[in-house]
Ligand binder design. Sequence first.
Ligand code: NAD
Length: 245
Amino acid sequence: MSLSGKVAIVTGGASGIGLGIVQAFLAADIKGITVVDRQSALALASDDRVLSICGDVSVEGTAEEYTAATIEKWGQVDIVVLNAGIEGNWHMLHETPMAEYDQVMAVNARGVFIGLKHGLKAFLASPSGGRGCSAIVISSVAGLQGVPLISPYTASKFAVRGMACIASQEYGKFGIRVNAICPGFIETPFSMKHPELLDAMKEKASLQRLGSPKHIADAAVFLASDAGEFCTGSTLKVDGGITNW
Ligand code: NAD
């Protein structure tokens, strides 16, 4: 599957799943990628097809900046992957501090909404009027079934599936596709905060193992490439079967 000639923006691309997606897009011969993260993308510093921008995705000015910088460097935006996310602490819903709810929703839901808004604007302004352009939001199995004790995270991951669903309906007529990926338990710095869960998560998955960022990245390459050209409004579950029961 090739992304030759295309230009992407990937949020949260400095670590974990986002980094895996950037590496897979580079391997698929992409022309250029803007990586947006609140930390610098050190692992990608040597690749001249990567433009790194530090910023907070929940701030609209960040999206204005990274979209303008991408167009200035490569003249186009064909793919956006809205991946940056945080989990929050574990609480019963009634014990959740509202500041924590606000923070999780700001990054995971507002950040994706802003990224979609500016990505779609850039797609529509392209010479093709958006035809061939594609957005991917990273939800979670929490956005399918919920995960107890992380209710703001669960709410945010349902929300981004809703955004992908409605954007696919509004922009399909322009040839723009919008899809969601729901990862299961993937080995990244994010999930490794819970080493005590690893064995239980492996056991719960039908395939009896954890996923790697590459599993999610391969799904993203499929959805962003011509191989996924008839997919829009799809939710692609990539979870080793952790939600099969
Ligand atoms: P990670 O912590 O390894 O990477 C997340 C990246 O997002 C980091 O580089 C971080 O700096 C960046 N980020 C966080 N807040 C930001 C902000 N406000 N602005 C800009 N960048 C910000 O996590 P990951 O496991 O790679 O998770 C990536 C996405 O996948 C998240 O949306 C997460 O919810 C989702 N996900 C992960 C798993 C898993 O098991 N790892 C499972 C399901 C869904």
